[in-house]
Design a protein. Structure first.
Length: 295
């Protein structure tokens, strides 16, 4: 069975861009021609590949196909550079990771390698509990996740843990927790969450005070640096990574509401077992640097 590269290209474009019209514009074809190529590949493989919604979505079969196509593309890029006698032609590598890793340690860990090896980073951000899905869907070649078990065809390496502390501004503590962090006070004090996937604060309050998610007021601030600034400016309290706070705790800009109740979030690197030489080197560099920076 031999796949038609033009048909594969059409499926990839539709899923990446979300519609047949946008895929057609990228491929310089008509939407009808893109649709015909997608349909031809679906007939050839005997299974639907695209869920024709807005935006278009990949079926499970298409997810497996995308995994294969991205890995083949990576291998071809490295082979083409090697045969051309180039030390390292630029290569785009998609990585799924969480916002806090990007804000705290990921770029210092990987930037030297990316510069030396001419890797173009295509970063996809999601909650650390959900990045695994992006790898499974074929949207990334590697991911940083809290999932410790590899899926079929992948390897997993522990990176270490990000330690989170329950932080607030001194004025916020004086207003809401002057007598300490109690169940009654926590039910009234505003909390800052990252987004609806963010479970850190919810799990903390449920574990230590028995408070369900709808039992306290919440701000939603879906970006790592603005999230920390929301806590600094006293909008609410939140779980902040030690790596991100820097000297703010030592200088008293932020205070720890529960010094003995830190939360360690273990992170793992997932990548395909069969991958390009450059991706293998990236994996080794990332794992080594992360282990030197995380708990």
């Amino acid at each position: 069975m031999k796949l038609d590269p033009r048909q594969c290209e059409a499926v990839l474009a539709v899923i990446e861009h979300g519609s047949f019209e946008q895929a057609a514009a990228v491929l310089h074809l008509t939407p009808s021609a893109v649709s015909q190529r997608v349909r031809a590949l679906e007939v050839f493989l005997g299974t639907p590949l695209v869920v024709r919604t807005r935006p278009c979505r990949a079926t499970p079969a298409a997810q497996r196909l995308l995994q294969y196509l991205r890995r083949v593309q990576s291998l071809e890029d490295d082979l083409r550079a090697e045969l051309a006698g180039e030390q390292s032609a630029p290569q785009s590598i998609s990585i799924a990771l969480n916002n806090d890793s990007l804000a705290c340690w990921f770029l210092p860990a990987l930037a030297p390698f990316a510069i030396a090896e001419q890797v173009l980073l295509d970063l996809i951000l999601d909650n650390q509990d959900h990045t695994y899905t992006l790898l499974e869907e074929g949207r990334a070649l590697g991911c940083i996740s809290t999932e410790s078990q590899p899926m079929r065809g992948c390897s997993v390496e522990p990176l270490g843990a990000m330690r989170y502390r329950c932080m607030a501004s001194p004025d916020f503590r004086a207003r809401w927790f002057a007598r300490g962090m109690s169940r009654a006070a926590a039910a009234k004090a505003p909390v800052v969450i990252f987004d609806r996937k963010d479970r850190l604060q919810a799990d903390f309050l449920l574990k230590h005070f028995g408070l369900p998610e709808d039992a306290y007021p919440q701000h939603t601030v879906p970006a790592s640096d603005p999230y920390m600034q929301a806590v600094v400016h006293g909008l609410g309290w939140g779980m902040l990574p030690e790596l991100q706070m820097g000297s703010l705790r030592e200088r008293g800009v932020l205070v720890d509401l529960a010094p003995n109740r830190t939360v360690d979030v273990g992170l793992y690197w997932h990548a395909w077992k069969v991958q390009s030489p450059r991706m293998e080197r990236l994996s080794r560099a990332l794992v080594a640097q992360a282990r030197s920076m995380l708990k």
